[in-house]
Design a protein around this ligand. Sequence first.
Ligand SMILES: C[S@@+](CC[C@H](N)C(=O)[O-])C[C@H]1O[C@@H](n2cnc3c(N)ncnc32)[C@H](O)[C@@H]1O
Length: 221
Amino acid sequence: MNRSFARRGGRITSSQKRALFTLWPRYGVELDKPLNLEELFARPAEKHLEIGFGMGDALVTMAKTHPEHDYLGIDVYNPGIGHLLLQIEAAQLTNVRVIDADVVEVLQDYLPSHSLDAVYLFFPDPWSKKRHHKRRLVQPDFVTLLAKRMKSGAYLHLATDWEDYAQQMLQVLEAAPEFVNRAGGGFAPRSPERPLTKFEQRGLRLGHGVWDLLYSVNSDQ
Ligand SMILES: C[S@@+](CC[C@H](N)C(=O)[O-])C[C@H]1O[C@@H](n2cnc3c(N)ncnc32)[C@H](O)[C@@H]1O
C-alpha cells in the first residue's frame, strides 16, 4: 500500500527532542502487543482517536475541554510528537496517550474492533499532485478498516482545506455502507467543537476554503 506520509525530520527544538526521551515513557504507547484501551487509560471512558495530530494543539484543546473522555493521538512527525508531549505535561493531562506509527498499521494490528467512540482526521496531507492521489488516507479500504475499529454510532469528523480532496472524502464516505452522513448529505457546517489547527490557520492565511464532513457508524452494521 502507498504510504500517506513521507517521514519528515522537520526542525526539532532541543526541548521537543528532550521530551521524546523524558516524557515518552509516561505518555507514549509502545506497540508490542494489541492494545487494551481500558487498561491503557486505566478507566472506562469514551475513547477518541485523532489521526495525524500534527503539532497536537487540537488534541490538547479537546482533552482539556472533555476531561471525561480519553484521547489517543497518532502521528509520525517527531517535532509534533515532542511538542504534544510537552503540552500534555504542562497541562498535567491524564487523558491523552501518543502513538508514533502509521495509522494504517495501528488500525490493522493493534486497535481492537469496536473500541472507538469518535475519530478525528483534521487536514490530512492533501497529496495535491494527481500522481500522488493514491497516497491520500481517505480511500474505500481505509474507511472500511476504520469503521471496524469504531463502535456502532461512533462519530467520524474530517476536515480539509483542499477542495478536490474534500470531494474525494465525500464520494468515498457516501459510498461506504458503514457510515451515515450526520449533516443529512453533503458537507457539514463548521462545528464550534472543532479547534482551529495549525494547518488550518496556514490555509486560511493563504485564502483556502475549509470543508467539514461529519459521519457516524451505521448502527445496522
Ligand atoms: C497536513 S498535517 C495536519 C496536522 C494537523 N492535523 C493540523 O491540522 O494542523 C498531516 C499530519 O498527518 C500525519 N500523517 C500522515 N499520514 C499519516 C499516517 N499514515 N499515520 C500517522 N500520521 C500520519 C503527518 O505526519 C502530519 O503530521
